[in-house]
Design a protein around this ligand. Structure first.
Ligand code: NAG
Ligand code: NAG
Ligand code: NAG
Length: 319
């Protein structure tokens, strides 16, 4: 009898959990359907560049467009091979002509990343922070703003998650030292001052690509090299940035559920790099990475639709 009921018992515990967060947030926050971003941010301005491609529009990007990107639409720019539907044309920079078909070769990645800087330099006077994310990432924009607000964008900053557990070894001139670099796959943020200092090294796409080739580094290592080697800007590590490469991030459900509200970025990958234990809140929508569910849990009382879905899930769910 007891054994037979174990799985429904688990479900029951999970529903209780959802219900507790629901109550918790209700008590904690005043109900507000607007002002989602304004609640925690005051004045800093963040520009978001998303690296994507037409191939991943349906597979990945639409889930981001429907969730976190919708909160900061005006400040998001896309580096993509060709035009994408439902995105304003002046928020896209197209790379197919210059970079060629998408692939993970050093040349192409460097070519795409070089386009980030075209956007960063174009908008330098309008923003304070310049961040890069991939199309397999959820960004908690409130937490990002909260964190960046504690730092001075007039100082040089290079922020992200260290890609490896150690520095990259280097003994070659012009900078014969080891250095830390951040994986672009977890997202990185650069201050206005850093963008300004990087200008001489990122003026054109070909300059950046040639730099990668000369040093034989992929885009994120090359960027780390420019920052450390030429500008003496070291990585500020932030472990609340997460990439799809982290094996254990989602493995422990209890820990994940206790801590996910503190994280800044989440990376996703099939088969097990996503919170697979969260339910799909809406049967009529596919939510393969549970991005919509995550979004709703984070904005439970602030987005009416989320509150409704979670209520429905709690009360209509058949245990
Ligand atoms: C946030 O505040 C700014 C000015 O303070 C205002 O223009 C903007 O509409 C507000 N955003 C939301 C979502 O309320
Ligand atoms: C564009 O957005 C509309 C409305 O959200 C949606 O119905 C349509 O399917 C989207 N187009 C594509 C190609 O995803
Ligand atoms: C690099 O920066 C560190 C502090 O971050 C400073 O101590 C050091 O002198 C700087 N090195 C050079 C060559 O400017």
């Amino acid at each position: 009898m007891f054994l037979l009921n174990i799985s429904s018992y688990r479900k029951y515990l999970f529903i209780i959990f959802l219900f507790s967060i629901f109550i918790y947030y209700n008590l904690l926050f005043q109900r507000k359907n607007s002002n989602i971003i304004n609640q925690t941010s005051n004045s800093i301005r963040i520009l978001y560049v998303i690296r994507t491609s037409s191939y991943f529009y349906q597979k990945r990007l639409i889930y981001l467009l429907q969730t976190w990107i919708s909160l900061v639409n005006q400040d998001v720019f896309f580096v993509t091979d060709i035009l994408l539907p439902n995105i304003s044309q002046n928020h896209m920079i197209l790379t197919k002509q210059i970079c060629g078909p998408d692939a993970h070769s050093m040349n192409i990645l460097c070519c795409k990343t070089a386009h980030d800087f075209i956007i960063f330099h174009r908008y330098i006077s309008e923003y304070d922070w310049f961040c890069h994310f991939d199309d397999d990432q959820y960004v908690n924009v409130n937490n990002l703003k909260k964190y960046l607000s504690t730092l001075d964008f007039n100082q040089p900053y290079y922020i992200g998650r260290a890609s490896w557990s150690n520095t990259i070894k280097r003994s070659k001139e012009p900078y014969p030292y080891s250095f830390w670099f951040a994986t672009l796959g977890a997202g990185i943020c650069l201050s206005k001052r850093t963008i300004y200092l990087l200008k001489p090294y990122t003026q054109s796409v070909s300059q950046f690509i040639d730099g990668c080739i000369n040093e034989n580094y992929h885009d994120d290592i090359y960027l780390g090299f420019l920052l450390n080697g030429y500008l003496n800007i070291t990585l500020t590590k932030n472990n609340h940035f997460h990439s799809h490469l982290e094996k254990f991030f989602y493995h422990n459900k209890q820990i994940f559920l206790r801590t996910f509200t503190n994280e800044i970025t989440f990376g996703f990958n099939i088969p097990d790099r996503y919170p697979y234990y969260l339910p799909q809140l809406d049967k009529s929508y596919l939510d393969p990475y549970r991005i919509r569910t995550l979004h709703c849990l984070l904005y439970i009382t602030q987005i009416k639709e989320c509150e409704t879905k979670i209520r429905q899930h709690i009360f209509n769910s058949t245990i």
